[in-house]
Design a protein around this ligand. Structure first.
Ligand code: SAM
Ligand code: SF4
Length: 375
């Protein structure tokens, strides 16, 4: 189900690449041609205009997901079952490199950044990164996805530093099961972290739950009970196939269809969201403080409302979580003078963003696991 809002005017007739947010400027785009060079030139030279990242399928990309480390201390069965293994000596982007990256992306219209990983809070300069991004006046939302292992001690500190929204991964509310999935017996402290996050006053607190057949699919009512009492969004995410988890995926993937049917049968209603708000569906209910989200990447039309780009910890641009390649940006993050070049490179690559991923055909692109580029 899609809801078109007034933004949809912008979307129609937009040809792709980086374009000025003005109708009729981009004739090549309006005719469906790619014309990358022209648009990139326009964008890079128009520093005072409203510029937006958009593609040839009419999608805009105001949202950047940035992995700041691929290291993780957990070993979730579907992601890093044997824990993090260092396989290269490449260090993650430095504070200065991240600053230049964010400067350029915000000039191109990005106003929301999510820090992910790996476990982003493992970075020693995590607070410095948060403050630096939050201080960029173009940033309206600075979100974090975390496994929550340090949340209870740090929720307030992170909120004060500038994190506005937080997603915490909790795949089970049963201690033993949580331990079995993540390799860490830390459910109690992560749940305490959720309490602290609610108190710290984040704009939104979400709990990510990856749906796992015969593992946590019996916990639906427990998660619903949490949404009844707490102002949190429980987001059920369908397990996605990655390069390294095929056997696990085949065994444990379960569709979110039943959950959706159950919600609708029990008076939950789909929340109206702007067309470009991203691929999640959200459900609300008058008797619940919280809400329920569903992420169904195998569902029809999932990619039609894609609104995000990704940059990995080593500075590669990924047009899709399941794309065929990363585009190196790091060489253009070494000096403030390179910003125009970087802007052009990013814009030119948008022409290659595909209309959809190919997960349904068993093709998960080059992503070995989501910790590698930030889930
Ligand atoms: N370490 C942090 C965490 O777990 O929240 C951030 C990185 S993690 C890759 C981001 C999110 O992706 C988590 O909610 C995790 O459960 C989810 N995830 C990881 N691998 C996945 C997969 N194969 N399918 C679906 N979700 C996955
Ligand atoms: Fe680490 Fe997050 Fe992957 Fe779990 S899902 S192994 S916490 S990166």
């Amino acid at each position: 189900m899609k809801y078109i809002d007034s933004n949809s005017q912008n979307i129609k007739g937009h040809g792709g690449g980086c374009a000025l947010g003005l109708k009729g400027q981009n004739k090549a785009g309006a005719q469906g041609n790619i014309g990358v060079e022209t648009r990139a030139d326009i964008s890079a030279s128009s520093s005072n205009s409203t510029i937006s990242l958009s593609d040839r399928f009419g999608r805009n990309f105001p949202y950047l997901r940035l992995s700041i480390t691929d290291i993780c201390n957990f070993s979730c069965d579907y992601c890093l079952p044997d824990g993090y293994k260092k396989c290269n000596k490449i260090s993650p982007l430095s504070l200065n490199e991240i600053r230049r990256l964010i400067d350029v992306f915000t000039k191109l219209g990005v106003n929301k950044v999510r820090l992910s990983g790996g476990e982003p809070t493992l970075r020693k300069d995590f607070i410095a990164i948060v403050k630096m991004i939050a201080n960029n006046p173009a940033i309206k939302t600075l979100a974090l996805t975390t496994n929550g292992y340090k949340l209870a001690q740090n929720a307030e500190k992170w909120r004060r530093a500038g994190i506005t929204n937080i997603n915490i991964s909790i795949d089970s509310l049963n201690e033993q099961r949580f331990f079995a999935i993540t390799g860490h017996n830390r459910l109690k402290e992560v749940l305490l972290g959720v309490e602290k996050a609610i108190k710290a006053g984040f704009n939104r607190v979400k709990i990510n739950v990856v749906l796992l057949q015969n593992i946590n699919d019996g916990e639906f009512t427990d998660f619903l009970a949490l949404a009844k009492e707490k102002p949190v969004t429980i987001r059920f995410i369908e397990l996605m196939q990655t390069g390294e988890n095929l056997a696990y995926f085949k065994k444990f993937h379960i569709s979110s269809r039943e959950i959706k049917e159950q919600l609708i049968a029990t008076n939950w209603i789909i929340k109206k969201r702007p067309f470009n708000a991203g691929p999640a569906q959200e459900f609300i209910h008058a008797d619940y403080k919280g809400s329920i989200g569903i992420i169904a990447p195998y569902g029809k039309d999932f990619c039609k409302s894609c609104n995000r780009l990704r940059v990995s910890a080593k500075g590669d641009l990924h047009l899709c979580l399941f794309g065929k390649k990363g585009i190196a940006l790091r060489h253009l993050l070494q000096d403030d003078e390179q910003k125009e070049q970087l802007s052009k490179l990013i814009c030119s690559q948008l022409a290659f963003k595909c209309s959809s991923h190919f997960l349904a055909f068993g093709d998960s692109g080059i992503t070995p696991h989501l910790a590698s580029i930030g889930g």
